[in-house]
Every structure is written in structure tokens, then in C-alpha cells.
Write a protein that binds this ligand. Structure first.
Ligand code: ADP
Length: 439
């Protein structure tokens, strides 16, 4: 300020002196006035340059200026720089924040006061089927066309979540999306979405499983209690009593087998995957299950089956011996139970060139129609319900085999033609197969 005042005074004084030198007092006063005017014009021009620059606020193009205006410029320049840096930091923080929301497994949608989409992450748009760029600014009620959602929006009670159909892998197979709105700020809304398809599927499977187990246990229990009542209320001779006791024992046995299979399944699901430390001789495992199957055939078949193991190269398998025996024996006992007496059953091991191996059981029994094949390993799924029951089946055998195969890095495959027979195979990967005896 002082500098500006000195400038002004100097200019006025110089002009006044110039006027005075013309030998007249009015000229001196006029000169002083002209001097003041010139100062005002120069000062306004400088102020104008500063204002122009301030309007652009481009730090790199700030005009060079001395004096008070130069100082003003300098301070403004520093302030603008500081604000620019602050804005950059805020932008970077906002970018970080949005990237974090993008990475969220849940969908996030921000709605403005009138219910228009302000921002949405990719998860939300894939859940609800809109485009996160193109559909910005659209009313969410037009994007999520679902009666339950419309009612939810209209009622405005957002204390609970609702479920709507989302975009699934196929139009016939929509996903299930759980959605909840959380109001915030001035009538704005945060909408969160979550894919609950798998949870719902697991819940349905759990319900079906409990219903199936209850049914499977209730049937022999009803028969058992019927016999108990009969024995309590009717006078029976020794032969009848013995026959009833035999039937009761069969039902008790059936329940026991079911419980044992259920326990096996739950153990398979709950225990760690078998490692590569335990090695078993494949031929030895085969011999074990073949012997067992011959015993079963003698016990249940009208005429014993021809069980003819197929020999091959000797090798060893890594994994849980008890699990492998249980899977192999399940396949062989199925072949015995479903192939009519006298039928041919050929179990064996096959080694492949890539080092993997396969256990197979081939029979010339009734075979299985193609439409049943994809469902065979579902728990309690049976093609021939009465044959399964008659021979003590639980409907869990192939589910157990599939689990064991998968736990050993392999899979269960089935080839079957109705009327011609079936071949069940457990494929095991090369890292679990060795052609030399483990040390
Ligand atoms: P189950 O205890 O009823 O035998 P599984 O899970 O072992 O249950 O088998 C499922 C169904 O697959 C059986 O009910 C049967 O209908 C069919 N199945 C299994 N193995 C054979 C086979 N070797 N030949 C014909 N059908 C078979």
C-alpha cells in the first residue's frame, strides 16, 4: 500500500512541478490532477491484468509484475497452487475410494433425491442388468423392473431387504439378488445388492436332504413299530415270531446302513483332502473288493455272478486307502446288486500314457437310460427304487464314490446303454500314480 501511495505522490508531484515550471499555479494544480489521472489509469490496467489472470487462474501463465499488484499476484499464485494440490489429493482419494467400492463383491448404487442412478459399481450393474455408464441418470425404478422392487420403493420402508430376480447365466436360470436401500444425506439413497443364488440353492438342498433322510428313516421305523405292535398284541407261534424278528432285523440293518453312509459322507465333506504320503498297491485293493463282491453275490444272487478281474501293469496309488476301498467296493457292489444272477462283471485298473490311472467296473446288467446319467450321483437318486431297496441300497453309494474321486483330484465317469450294461470309472490324476514300489 505504501509503495502505491509513494508512486501516486511521486507522479502527482512530478506533474505539479512540471506545471509550476510553466510559471502558473493553475498549471501546477492541473499537472497534479493529470498526474493523479495517469496513475489511476496505470493502476487500473494493472488491476485488470491481475483480474484477467484470476479469471483463468492458470498458475503457469501468471503475468510478471512488480509493486503491490506483483505481491497480490504472487500470493494469489501460491493460493491457487495450494488449492490445486488439495483438489488433486481429493481426486486421488476419491479414485481410491471408488476403486475399493468397485472391488467389493457386493453391488453398490448411489441414488439422488429423485431416485436417479448417480453412480453404480460393476457388480451392481451385473446383478441388475444395467450399464454403469450409459444408464447413469436413469430412474432406478425403470432399470429394475420387478413388482416387489416397485412396491418396496413406493412404500419407502427400507428396514428390511427384498429379493429380486437378477441376470443369471441363462434367461431360464435367473440369479437371486438380495437388495436393500439405506437412506442418507438429503433424501439420497445407497442401494446394496448381494447375489444369494448359491445360498438359496444350498438352503434348498439342505431342506431336500433333511426331508429325504427323514423319509428314508421313517419307512423302516414304521415297519419296525408295526411288527412290534403285532408281536405285542397277537399270540404268535415260534415260527411266526422268528420270521417277524428276521424282518425286524432287516429293517434295523437298513437304518444302520443308512446312518453309516450318512456318516461316511459327512466325514468326506469335513476332513482334509488325502495327501500323497499313503501309497497302496492297486492290485491289492482290487483283490480286496473282488473278494467282498463274490461274497455279496453268493448272499443275494439267484446264481453267482462271474466276477472276472482284468489284470494289468503293477502300480501304486496315493491317497486314503479306506476311502479308495470304500469307493471301489461301492461300484462293485452296485454291479452285483443290479446285474441279474449269473451276469458278467469285470473290474480292473487301467494305466494311461500320461501317467494317470482309472479303476473301472463293467457289467452286462440292465444298463441305465441316458436321462438318468447326469443325476446318478445326487443323494438318494435312484433309477430302480424297488431294486435298490430290495438289495439294501441307500441311494448314497455313488455320491460317496464321487466325493472320494474328487478328494483324490479325480472324477467319476459313467458309460451305460440301457439293456446292454454299464461301466463306472474312477479316474485318478498322474501325481497319485507310481509304477514303482514306494520306499
Ligand atoms: P443305491 O444305494 O440305490 O444303489 P447308488 O448311489 O449306489 O444308490 O446308485 C444310484 C442308482 O444308480 C441306483 O439306485 C441304481 O438305480 C443305479 N445304478 C448304480 N449302479 C448301477 C449298475 N451297475 N447298473 C444299473 N444301475 C445302477
Amino acid at each position: 500500500m505504501t509503495r502505491r501511495a509513494i508512486e501516486l505522490l511521486l507522479l502527482v508531484a512530478l506533474a505539479a512541478v512540471w506545471g509550476w515550471s510553466r510559471d502558473s499555479a493553475p498549471m501546477a494544480v492541473g499537472g497534479a490532477l493529470v498526474g493523479a489521472l495517469v496513475w489511476v489509469v496505470i493502476d487500473s490496467l494493472r488491476a485488470n491484468r491481475v483480474l484477467k489472470w484470476l479469471n483463468k487462474a492458470d498458475v503457469s501463465r501468471a503475468p510478471e509484475m512488480g509493486g503491490t499488484w506483483g505481491e497480490v499476484l504472487d500470493r494469489c499464485r501460491r493460493l491457487v497452487k495450494k488449492l490445486e494440490k488439495k483438489a488433486q489429493n481429493s481426486d486421488a482419494r476419491l479414485d481410491d475410494f471408488l476403486s475399493a467400492i468397485q472391488a467389493s463383491p457386493n453391488g453398490v448404487v448411489l441414488l439422488d433425491a429423485s431416485g436417479r442412478i448417480e453412480w453404480a459399481n460393476l457388480t451392481a450393474s451385473s446383478h441388475l442388468g444395467f450399464d454403469p455408464q450409459r444408464d447413469l441418470g436413469q430412474y432406478v425404478r425403470n432399470m429394475v423392473r420387478n413388482p416387489a422392487f416397485s412396491t418396496y420403493l413406493a412404500e419407502g420402508d427400507f428396514s428390511h431387504e427384498i429379493q429380486v430376480d437378477g441376470i443369471g447365466p441363462r434367461p431360464s436360470q435367473p440369479s437371486r439378488i438380495s437388495l436393500q436401500i439405506h437412506p442418507y444425506g438429503k433424501k439420497r439413497k445407497l442401494m446394496l445388492t448381494r447375489d444369494v443364488t448359491a445360498v438359496q440353492l444350498a438352503e434348498t438342498m439342505r431342506r431336500d436332504f433333511v426331508a429325504n433322510v427323514s423319509h428314508e428313516i421313517r419307512t423302516p421305523l414304521t415297519v419296525l413299530s408295526g411288527f412290534v405292535e403285532t408281536m405285542q398284541s397277537l399270540p404268535l407261534d415260534d415260527a411266526e415270531r422268528a420270521r417277524y424278528l428276521e424282518l425286524m432285523s432287516q429293517q434295523a440293518q437298513r437304518m444302520q446302513t443308512l446312518v453309516s453312509d450318512l456318516l461316511t459322507l459327512s466325514r468326506l465333506e469335513g476332513s482334509p483332502v488325502p495327501g500323497l504320503a499313503e501309497w497302496s498297491d492297486a492290485e491289492e485293493l482290487l483283490g480286496h473288493v473282488v473278494q467282498e463282491a463274490r461274497g455279496l453275490s453268493m448272499a443275494i444272487a439267484s446264481a453267482p455272478h462271474r466276477i472276472e478281474p482284468v489284470g494289468g501293469e503293477r502300480f501304486w496309488i496315493a491317497g486314503s486307502k479306506s476311502e479308495l476301498l470304500s469307493a471301489m467296493s461301492n461300484l462293485l457292489s452296485n454291479a452285483v446288486r443290479y446285474t441279474p444272477g449269473g451276469g458278467l462283471i469285470e473290474p480292473g485298473w487301467r494305466l494311461h500314457e500320461d501317467g494317470s490311472a482309472e479303476f473301472f467296473v463293467k457289467d452286462n446288467g440292465p444298463g441305465i437310460a441316458a436321462e438318468h446319467l447326469p443325476r446318478l450321483t445326487e443323494r438318494f437318486y435312484r433309477v430302480d427304487r424297488s431294486r435298490s431297496r430290495e438289495t439294501g441300497g441307500t441311494g448314497l453309494g455313488l455320491a460317496i464314490v464321487k466325493h472320494v474321486a474328487q478328494r483324490h483330484g479325480g472324477q467319476l465317469d459313467v458309460q451305460s446303454t440301457q439293456g446292454e450294461g454299464s461301466c463306472f470309472m474312477i479316474a485318478l490324476p498322474a501325481n497319485r500314480v507310481r509304477r514303482y514300489a514306494p520306499s
